[in-house]
Write a new protein. Sequence first.
Length: 564
Amino acid sequence: MTDDKPTPAANEARSLNFIEQIVEEDIRSGKHKARVHTRFPPEPNGYLHIGHAKAFCLDFGIAEKYGGLCNLRFDDTNPITEDTSYVDSIRKDIHWMGFDWGNREYYASDYFDQLYDLAVQLIKKGKAFVCQLTADEVNASRGTDFEPDKPSPYRDRPVEENLQLFERMKNGEFPNDSMTLRAKIDLSSPNMHMRDPILYRIRHAHHHRTGDKWCIYPMYDWAHGQSDSIEGITHSLCTLEFVPHRPLYEWFIRELEIFPSRQIEFARLNLSYTIMSKRKLLQLVKEEHVKGWDDPRMPTIHGLRRRGYTPESIRQFADMVGIAKRENVIDVALLEYCIREDLNKRAPRVMGVLNPVKLIIDNYPEGKTEYLDTVNNPEDPEAGTRSLPFSRELWIEREDFMEDPPKKFFRLSPGNEVRLKSAYIVKAESVEKDADGIITAIHCTYDPQSLSGSDEAKRKVKGTLHWVSAAHALDAEVRLYDRLFNDPDPDGHKGHNFKEFLNPDSLTILNHCKVEPSLGEASELDHFQFIRLGCFNLDPDSSVGHLVFNRTVGLKDTWAKMKQ
C-alpha cells in the first residue's frame, strides 16, 4: 500500500457521482493518509454477468482514477456451491474487460485462521455464543418489526463453555447444522441483521482451496467486513441490498477495534428483459433452456463476448448508466446502442446473404469474373478497400425481390432497376419458379456503363442491394439472437415463474446462408457488419468448411429514437 497522496483528476467532463465525492473528500481530509484502496469480491459460484461488470468497472475505475489499488478477492465461504472453473472464468472476464489486479488476488479462505481468531475475541468479550437451535427453531424465535426476538436458551452460556464448544465445532466433533456461532447484539433492534446474527455454521464439505481442513465456514457478513479490514480496504463499495448490513459491518469494527473500512452502497444494475440472479441463471443452464453460461442469449460476460460485444462497449454502457443511490431499470436498448456505436466504428463491412435466391445476369458474359473494389469501413479512413469477385450468377436476399411490389418498394421488381452495392445497375426481366410456385431464380440485365465514372457522375437509382458471387460464395450458418425473455420484467410477476416468460423465438438458426469469400480468413470472434443486415461475429463453433456467425445486434437503434 502506498502512502503517496494522489491528485484527483482535474477538469472532469461530467459531474462527480456521490462515491467520487466521498473519495475526494477523504483525500482532501487526509483520511487513511489519502489512500484509496477498493476491492471486487465475487463469489465463485457462477459466471459474472453484466451487473457484475458495472460493479467491477466502478471498483477498478475508482482505484484507477485516484491512483489507488483494487484487489480481486474471491468470497469462497460456501464450499457446496463453489468451483475452480468459476474462479478461472471470473479472472478471464475481468482481464478481458481491461482490468488487472496485479499480485493482489486474495480469497476469503486466505483469512480463515484470522477470522477464527477474531471470532474467539468476540466470545472472550461476551459478544458471541454457540447456539444449538435448529434453523426452524431460530425462525420460530424471530419477532416482528415491533416485537423483539426471543432469546436463544444458549445465549448466556459461560464464556469458557462457548470457547470449548467453538473449538470442538472447528475440530469436526458435531454434525452439519447442529450448532452455530452467533453474535450477541440486540434482540430488539429494528434492524433484523443486528438480532444475534449467525457468524459460523457447520459444513462438512471439501473446499476447493483448503481441502478438508475446515468444517466450519463463516457467513458473508462475518467474512466480508473482516476481510476488508485485513486488506486495509478504504472504500468497500456494495449494492443497495447491503444497506441494512452496514450497522453490523460497523459493529464488528468497533468491537474488534480493527481497521475501519467504510462500506458505501450504490444501486445495482437492473436491465429490462433480463434476469440478473446467478441462481436463476444457473437454473437456466442446468435445465438446458440455454446452451451453457456462454450462450449468446445470456447476460453473462462470457455470453456477451461470444455474442460479439466488446469490452469498450460494455464499459461505455456502465459509464452511461452511471452510479445512483436509487434502484431503477435500464432499458436493454441502451446496451444495444453502445455495441452498435462501437462496432460501427471498427467492424469491416462485408457481404452476406441470409435467405438467398439466385440472380442471373443474362447479358453478362458466361465464365467471366471481375474484381470490384469496395470500401472496408466508411467510418474508418484507415480501413482501406478490398476486391470482391463479381460474376454472371449472384445470390441476393429473397426479400429484396417482389413480383407485385407495393408503392415505395425501392428494391428489385419486374422492370425496376437497382444498383448492386459497389457494382452495376441491374433490371429485373423474368423469374423461374418450381412446381410449388416458389421463385428459384431471377433473370435480369445489367448496364455495363453504370460502373464507370466518378461517384458523382454515376447514374443514380433509388435502391441498392447487397449480393455475393455464386461461384465464389462460402456456405455459412447464421444464428439470429433475440431477447431471452419476451417480457421486460420476467422476474417481477407475483405468482408467476420467470421461466414462463422465456422467448421461444430467442434463437433462429439459418443453415443455407452465403457469404463473401474473404470471410474464409476470419478468426474466432472477429467482428463484421453484414451490409444492411446488422453486426455479426464468427462463433467458436466454426471450423474449416463450416462457418458459423452470430448476430450481435441489428442496425435498428431503438434507444436513439427514444432520446429524440
